[in-house]
Design a protein around this ligand. Structure first.
Ligand code: ATP
Length: 266
């Protein structure tokens, strides 16, 4: 991934004034969010705060107000598949895998098409070999997520935590600039969650950007560069993990409950 980093770089994701209304009820009212290249931003908040709706809107799955820019390109009116082409990818709260397919096949079906033109280009420009959609590219993703040895395993034979990683690997198949993860650690035990945090951090340290929605507060605080807190569809706080943990509004709205429940709510 060749992306400019640093304070003057174009944001990987810039969201301004995002709003979503369901049948007259406001789910998200005015969310602005900026994610720099190579930055991991946590998005937390109580149940019903609007976290999933924010991801749905950014990725184009629900109509919204406000603007969404990916690497400087405005995709505010674009359908989901054009937002994918612009550099967005997401995972879903529920593990939605294809029961009969292997781990590697999940990446293959999600990859950009490998038409005749791509095959010919590979022959004359071998450097393209690790482009998204190529076997090398998919193999590198599986290696990064510790799934390489499971490439030929049918996903239903895998434990839940590993299936969630396959969902993340599938989202990476298009080589997104920004990965939006909706509760990837739900259902993982403490060790699986920590291992996942390490792998996510490594992806971001490679230069990719990500937004992490999760109720596993320990995971979010340990892995994210910055945390944004939502309540009733609006941003109530934003800052470093330590700043957010000591913010009284956040403790009242969310962290009090999270800490009482041993670090994982929802
Ligand atoms: P959780 O942590 O429980 O997943 P969340 O922060 O992701 O919650 P959302 O799922 O985005 O919250 O929901 C925000 C609000 O929008 C809630 O009041 C919810 O009931 C409402 N909502 C979400 N999806 C729909 C929908 N399809 N139709 C109507 N209302 C919806």
């Amino acid at each position: 991934m060749e992306r400019t980093t640093g304070p003057t770089a174009t944001p990987a994701l810039e969201v301004r004034g995002l709003g979503v209304t369901y049948g007259g009820i406001s789910a998200v009212s005015d969310v602005s969010l900026r994610v720099a290249p190579g930055e991991l931003v946590g998005l937390i908040g109580p149940n019903g705060a609007g976290k999933t709706t924010t991801i749905d809107a950014i990725t184009g799955f629900v109509p919204h107000r406000g603007t969404v820019q990916v690497l400087g390109a405005d995709v505010s009116s674009a359908p989901p598949h054009r937002r994918v082409r612009a550099g967005l990818a997401r995972t879903w709260q529920a593990v939605e895998l294809f029961e009969d397919l292997t781990v590697a096949e999940h990446l293959r079906v999600a990859s950009p098409g490998s038409g005749v033109r791509d095959l010919l280009a590979d022959l004359v420009r071998p450097g393209r070999a690790s482009r998204p959609g190529s076997g090398d590219h998919d193999a590198a993703i599986l290696e990064r997520l510790g799934l390489a040895e499971l490439a030929d395993t049918v996903v239903t034979d895998l434990p839940h935590g590993t299936q969630k990683l396959v969902g993340v690997a599938r989202a990476l198949a298009t080589d997104p600039a920004v990965l939006l993860l909706d509760e990837p650690a739900a259902g993982l035990d403490v060790d699986e969650s920590r291992a996942f945090g390490g792998r996510l951090r490594a992806l971001v340290d490679d230069g990719r950007s990500a937004v992490l929605v999760d109720h596993d507060v320990e995971l979010v605080m340990a892995t994210c560069d910055r945390v944004v807190v939502l309540d009733f569809g609006a941003v109530i706080a934003e800052g470093t993990p330590s700043g957010i943990q000591s913010d009284l509004r956040v403790q009242e709205a969310y962290l009090g409950t999270a800490v009482d429940d041993g670090g994982a709510v929802g």
